[in-house]
Design a protein around this ligand. Structure first.
Ligand code: ATP
Ligand code: MG
Length: 604
């Protein structure tokens, strides 16, 4: 391809909203342009690399026997009503009506679409396991699209869905996918960390996310210094570090705490540490799927059943959460426990209504309006301080089990750096990460609500279990740039470089032009992708652009080297300082070898 004939609008300036390297470089290298907030166009150079990521993913999916299909992107709202997600998905889903007023969804994910296809075609256990995938457009109405294509509103996802007869078969599909994902990321030149992830809200039983380390990562990861434990903070657990319970119980006592509201004010007032307190927070949860029939106040809660076989959903419910005073509640863990689609701290008005006290005096003793969830750290506390549900009053010497009984006990704390690894007790530390892919054992959530069945060898009907597996292509591509760049621009790994070689004639005329054109031909014949910078620009401009767009191998063709006893050119690896002088006659073989070696090196 000739530079003058393609469309690579490189820029020196950076748009004001481009705060991360990949966004800046994709823009400056002429790979993308913005159409609107979260909506982009890939230009020719960007699209070439995008297609390479796509090809790698497709090869690795095909290699594990996953079968590609291509459903429409606009999907019938009917299917989402069947699964119950029409109500629970929230505002990220773009809903549209056609001219007849029928509801449609612009696919934010596709469990329903795939499951409806499988439902119609599945009859026998012999058809299982079945793993289908698509590489297709998704739309999510992200509240805050940012970092360029890292978090867009429209993006492309490879999403795969497995249908399996039992947990063992699901586990095999899940493990195959995990291995395929590792290969995909390795081939893209990415170092990923697989972390345990939250799977509760969707009702699954196992989930792993593939993360790349990033300063602007949306996820906090907890990693063990001593073993390979790695988890998203949404899921991370730690070894219990309960304060020892006192041997002799002291009767509960009401104490006056005038003008004291926060834990730190209370610590100062009572001259104790935060670990002696039970902090109680009131939460409002939306679309709760947890069974609340045994919970206090449940008789007043409205219930909905979105699909015939779907579990009951409580559109709105309030909860109190008690946790040791030095810890924070992890809202993702809590949402997963409640199987809630949304969770927020209750408003001051709701807190006052539920606790019959001003904000700041909530406590578990005598709290009867809402179900009480206690973090595991609270269970053995038997000499604690907590709010007394009245202005300027606290309780001292509170014992869990004696003075209050939680409705549910669970791990809802936020694990932090310095906590102990749940596996080996080692020291946990934190990293920020960006999620590139996610594998997920969904279980029966969709196959049950959408009534999928097959017959076993005895003619008995069963429901298959299901897994769901996604990789974001745009985010993967941007992450490659995050990991491979320098001050001058992108440094593509050979596997996804838009071109493998850039030919830069010092002056595109005469003998230089002749040699350049011949080399272009020969390299292309050898299967190498070549960009020829035929522009009438100063060499400095061409070198700067070559560095910016990050082509792995740069060949400079100039009169001086051509005039050597053995006509030569200069070859430089992007990212390396030194160039090498190579005889023109050896060039094609040398470059072909280099391209091959570098591609193979990234193969798992
Ligand atoms: P996130 O937590 O980042 O919003 P998610 O957990 O909602 O992502 P999944 O539903 O697991 O995402 O989707 C699978 C993959 O799709 C993600 O791992 C990511 O690579 C990609 N992805 C999701 N949302 C976006 C987005 N807004 N822009 C680009 N890629 C995205
Ligand atoms: Mg995810």
């Amino acid at each position: 391809m000739r530079f003058s004939q393609t469309f690579i609008p490189t820029l020196r300036e950076v748009p004001a909203d481009a705060v991360v390297v990949s966004h800046r470089l994709m823009f400056r290298a002429g790979m993308i342009r913005k159409l609107s907030n979260g909506l982009f166009a890939y230009l020719p150079l960007g699209l070439r690399s995008f297609r390479k990521v796509e090809a790698i993913i497709r090869q690795e999916m095909d290699a594990i026997g996953a079968l590609e299909i291509k459903p429409s992107v606009v999907l019938p709202g009917e299917l989402w009503k069947e699964s119950g997600r029409w109500q629970t998905f929230g505002d990220a889903m773009l809903r549209v009506k056609n001219r007849l007023g029928t509801d449609f969804v612009v696919s934010p994910t596709a469990e329903e679409a795939f499951t409806s296809i499988v439902r119609d075609e599945l009859s026998s256990y012999r058809q299982l396991p079945l793993v289908l995938y698509q590489i297709n457009t998704k739309y999510r109405d992200e509240v805050r699209p940012r970092y360029g294509v890292m978090r867009g509103r429209e993006f492309v996802m490879k999403d795969a869905y497995s249908y399996n007869i039992d947990d063992a078969s699901l586990d095999r599909s899940y493990q195959d996918m995990g291995r395929a994902y590792r290969k995909v990321f390795k081939r893209c030149g990415l170092s990923v960390i697989a972390v345990k992830a939250d799977s509760g809200a969707m009702g699954g039983s196992g989930s792993e996310e593939f993360m790349v380390e990033s300063e602007v990562g949306d996820n906090t990861l907890l990693l063990c210094r001593d073993c390979n434990y790695a988890a998203n903070v949404e899921k991370a657990a730690c070894k219990p570090d309960n304060a020892p319970a006192v041997a002799t119980l002291v009767p509960i006592e009401k104490i006056a705490t005038p003008e004291v509201k926060t834990i730190s004010e209370l610590c100062a007032f009572l001259k104790t540490g935060a670990k002696a307190f039970i902090k109680t927070l009131i939460y409002r949860a939306i679309n709760v799927e947890l069974d609340l029939s045994s919970a206090p106040g449940s008789s007043k809660l409205a219930k909905q059943r979105p699909a015939p076989e779907a579990p009951a959903v409580y559109p709105e419910a309030f909860f109190a959460v008690a946790i040791r005073g030095d810890l924070d509640v992890n809202e993702q863990k809590l949402a997963a426990l409640l199987k809630a689609s949304e969770l927020t701290l209750a408003s001051d008005t709701d807190v006052e209504r539920i606790t019959s006290a001003p904000v700041g005096f909530a406590g578990p003793v005598g709290l009867i309006m809402v179900p009480l969830i206690a973090d595991e750290t609270v269970v053995n506390m038997n000499n604690a301080v907590c709010g007394a549900l009245a202005k300027d009053l606290h309780y001292a010497h509170v014992a869990c089990g004696r003075d209050f009984t939680p409705w549910l006990v669970s791990d809802v704390r936020t694990v932090k750096a310095g906590d102990r690894c749940p596996v080996c007790g080692g020291d946990l530390y934190e990293k920020k990460g960006n999620e590139l892919g996610h594998i997920f054992k969904l279980g029966y959530k969709y196959t049950r609500s959408m009534r999928v069945s097959y017959l076993d060898e005895n003619g008995v009907s069963h429901t298959p279990t299901m897994g769901s597996y996604g990789i974001g292509l745009d985010r993967t591509l941007a992450s490659v740039i995050e990991e491979h760049h320098d001050d001058d621009g992108i440094i593509w790994p050979m596997t996804i470089a838009p071109y493998q070689v850039i030919l830069v004639p010092i002056k595109y005329e005469g003998a230089v032009k002749e040699t350049t054109d011949r080399l272009e031909q020969e390299l292309e014949t050898a299967g190498i992708e070549v960009l020829l910078d035929d522009r009438n620009e100063r060499p400095g401009v061409k070198f700067k652009d070559a560095d910016l767009i990050g082509i792995p191998l740069r060949v400079v063709i100039g009169d001086k080297n051509l005039a050597l006893p053995q006509a030569s050119v200069e070859v430089k690896r992007r990212g390396e300082k030194e160039a090498r002088v190579i005889a023109v006659s050896d060039l094609v073989a040398a470059l072909a070898g280099c391209v091959m070696r570098e591609r193979m090196a990234l193969h798992a």
